[in-house]
Design a protein around this ligand. Structure first.
Ligand code: TRP
Length: 463
């Protein structure tokens, strides 16, 4: 029996401790949100999906779907004060409804494990680039050589596997110690530093002579060539970049002090996350066009464009080392949050220590990661459904599991939980509350369902 099973939600506490302040929580969620999704994924999926229209839909999804889902996750987490499975079970029972909602928490834990399995491989890739930058490999070289370096790395499963292993070890280490120790300081420094370096890079991109082209690519929408699959990818990206739909934010919400404003915290996180993603795009696309690269190049896009920028820039060795260190940090603080729900669940359910749970889950994720490690070399031609193992994991988790989880979460917060419970957590029933409730009950679930149905072609088109 947990020591914290108070019937009064305001008196419940988490087994895993609490954030030291409102700021600590915002920093932790920002650390979770800002990561490879902003710098690595956002530019390449934008490139693959044709730019402008994709970006607009992504922004709309952040505002009208992402925000209500994030607020719902936090309020549920804080009310339940447990891991996502137990939280949804408890809240379901308290509202006099089914306890099977805990299955949503379980799906989230599975999604987290799967996402981290490839996230860690890409995290390892950034770590490799730290090393390459520091020894000056990227100094004064051209697109051809950088492509060779990237392909050489990806082609070696042992190298990719080695750096994946290091990244996973770092993640397990922090999660074992508990998320509030260390994480706060890291993020307090990392997010502003990353922002600053992005601005340095932006200056370089502006001077590349192709800034207008990059700007036009990102912001001039061409809705005619937009497919429903791209809309689905934009929605998936909104979930992925905000870390929502799998219970990571719910788990962090469980450690949130009672008095913190949930809407304010969510807005702060969504805003900083979006700014960093847009900045990344504004840095990368001018460089893509300046160097005659293909915007639809795929997952390796930033690993070509950014070293190219650094190779030509004054002080490039220094800047590229610092940049990839920061990106690795950003990936690290995100990876931690992907593991937290699973670890919290094992600790609570099986009475294990954090260290035991982190090592157990970490090893499972590490092993699963080899599916992705091999997708770029040995098994590159092993293709089904969406492509390689990596392509399938990526599509399944980001475009299906996260939006589905998000849809069930807003339905839970909007329809299963009664008005009193949610108003209690969101601080009364003013205008912000009414807007949240409308988005959570109507706009977000219908929007997500609509995009799903459209993407699989189940709804007839009107045009
Ligand atoms: N948001 C992170 C990024 O953009 C990735 C991430 C961390 C995540 N935790 C998550 C994605 C939970 C989905 C769910 O890099």
């Amino acid at each position: 029996m947990l020591s914290n099973q108070s019937a009064d939600p305001a008196k419940r506490t988490s087994l895993h401790g609490h954030w030291s302040s409102r700021m600590a929580f915002i920093l932790a969620v920002t650390g979770s949100a800002v990561g490879l999704g902003n710098v690595w994924k956002f530019p390449y999926v934008t490139g693959q999906n044709g730019g402008g229209a994709f970006v607009l839909i992504y922004l709309a999804c952040v505002a009208i779907i992402g925000m209500p889902v994030m607020m719902s996750e936090i309020l549920m987490g804080r009310r339940g004060r447990r891991n996502p499975i137990a939280t949804m079970k408890l809240l379901g029972a308290e509202e006099g409804k089914s306890t099977n909602w805990s299955l949503v928490g379980a799906m989230g834990i599975v999604a987290g494990v799967l996402i981290l399995s490839y996230y860690s491989v890409v995290g390892g890739w950034t770590l490799f680039y730290v090393m390459k930058s520091a020894v000056g490999t990227f100094h004064a070289i051209g697109p051809g050589e950088i492509t060779d370096i990237r392909n050489g790395f990806l082609g070696s499963w042992s190298m990719v596997g080695l750096f994946h292993t290091i990244f996973m070890a770092l993640t397990i280490f922090v999660v074992a110690r508990g998320v509030e120790r260390g994480l706060e300081q890291a993020v307090r420094f990392m997010v502003p530093a990353l922002l600053l370096l992005m601005i340095v890079l932006l200056g370089y991109a502006i001077s590349s002579g192709h800034f207008d082209e990059g700007l036009a690519f990102m912001f001039r929408p061409d809705f005619d060539s937009l497919t429903w699959n791209s809309v689905l990818a934009a929605m998936g990206q909104a979930f992925f970049t905000l870390s929502i739909g799998m219970g990571a934010v719910m788990a962090y919400g469980a450690y949130l002090p009672e008095e913190t404003s949930i809407s304010g915290a969510s807005a702060a996180v969504a805003l900083s996350d979006t700014v960093i993603a847009i900045l990344a795009g504004l840095v990368i696309f001018p460089l893509v066009f300046a160097n005659d690269l293909d915007p639809a190049d795929g997952p390796g896009l930033v690993f070509i464009t950014l070293p190219l920028a650094f190779s030509q820039m004054a002080g490039g060795v220094f800047f590229s080392t610092v940049f990839f260190v920061l990106l690795t940090f950003a990936a690290w603080t995100s990876a931690i949050s992907l593991m937290e729900p699973a670890v919290a669940w094992i600790v609570e359910k099986f009475n294990r220590t954090r260290a035991q749970a982190a090592v157990l889950i970490g090893l499972l994720i590490w092993a699963t990661g080899f599916g992705t490690v091999l997708s770029f070399n040995v098994l590159a031609n092993f293709r089904f459904w969406r492509g390689t193992i990596f392509d399938n994991l990526d599509h399944l988790t980001i475009n299906i599991m996260l939006p589905l989880g998000g849809m069930l979460i807003v339905i839970f917060a909007g329809w299963v939980m009664c008005r009193n419970s949610t108003a209690d957590e969101l601080g009364g029933s003013g205008a912000v509350y009414r807007l949240w409730r409308f988005l959570a009950r109507i706009v977000a679930p219908i929007g997500i369902l609509f995009v799903f149905l459209k993407a699989v072609g189940l709804l007839p088109s009107l045009t």
